[in-house]
Design a protein around this ligand. Structure first.
Ligand SMILES: [Zn+2]
Length: 300
């Protein structure tokens, strides 16, 4: 068991890479952001350089590095699938590469896992709490902390809720399968619908032209949420992501639809459904909390 003074939390998104030096009180000492396309020389070499720049001058010393990436990572730290980033990164063991270079523990997780871990810790509800996170962006991200443990599965593929099959649908998905839920319940569908109608993506939820589309889209998202809640019996459900932050996002209506399909009364009436409060540094903070808790021996 070890108490770290400070860690480096890194959030690699499809668009931005954020690094934040964070102390044990979760105060951000220093942070930086760069666009993914500006990461010269490939992602791994950019990361090495950026981390080196932080560790060289860090006070207090950085005792661990936590990283969230928009892809699937094995328990050992190998990137197994990451279609939204440089394809060259697949197959690289990011954990071992960075540990060898910097000599501190490195933890690499799917981005939504670290975001949800941070939100779960911020709830301060204790280790018996189960929390699910639905992060609606271009795709449908999902993560779960069950009785205090982040669920990653045998190979890192747990929680790929966006890729459950939808009956009667066969559009091709980036995952290699067809008819996956996220094609009909996330941002990509909104882009398609607004392109067809020649309307503005940002107005999707408030434009009367799309009233019927919004209902269908919500019904699709409801299927995913109710499925996960029914399987995992959480105490708290969090809804976040870029689409959930759009103007007029019908959060109350979504909540009503979800509660209507849950088991009554014990699940439907005893579940907290709330909006994400992760914010722009949520991924970095969640990755940092994961590092601190692991060093303290709270995560096996
Ligand atoms: Zn898929």
């Amino acid at each position: 068991m070890q108490q770290l003074s400070s860690v480096l939390g890194i959030d690699i998104g499809g668009t931005n890479i954020r690094l934040a030096h964070i102390d044990r009180n979760l105060k951000v000492i220093r942070s930086s952001r760069i666009k993914v396309e500006e990461a010269e020389g490939g992602l791994v070499s950019y990361l090495s350089e950026a981390i080196g720049e932080f560790t060289a001058s860090a006070e207090p010393e950085i005792g661990a590095i936590g990283i969230g990436i928009p892809g699937i990572v094995s328990e050992a730290g190998e990137i197994l699938s990451c279609p939204n980033l440089d394809p060259a990164i697949t197959g690289i063991n990011l954990r071992e590469t960075l540990m060898a270079k910097f000599g501190v523990p490195v933890y690499v997780q799917k981005d939504v896992n670290v975001i949800l871990y941070g939100e779960y810790r911020a709830l301060s509800t204790g280790p018996s709490c189960s929390v699910l996170g639905f992060y609606v962006g271009t795709g449908l991200g999902f993560a779960s902390v069950i009785r205090g443990r982040l669920v990653t599965g045998a190979r890192g593929f747990a929680g790929e809720l966006g890729h459950i099959p939808v009956k009667g649908k066969d559009d091709p998905c980036a995952c290699g399968n067809n008819g996956c839920l996220e094609l009909y319940a996330a941002g990509r569908r909104i882009t398609e619908l607004t392109a067809q109608a020649q309307t503005n993506v940002a107005d999707f939820f408030v434009n009367p032209t799309h009233a019927a589309d919004v209902q269908e889209w919500l019904d699709n998202l409801t299927i995913g949420m109710v499925t996960a809640i029914t399987l995992l019996d959480p105490t708290v459900v969090i809804v976040g992501g870029g689409v959930a932050d759009m103007q007029g996002f019908p959060f109350e209506e979504l909540e009503k639809k979800v509660r209507a399909r849950l088991r009554h009364p014990l699940v439907a009436e005893n579940l907290t459904i709330k909006r994400s409060t992760a914010g722009q540094l949520g991924g970095c903070l969640g990755a940092a909390m994961y590092c601190f808790d692991t060093a303290r021996g709270e995560i096996e």
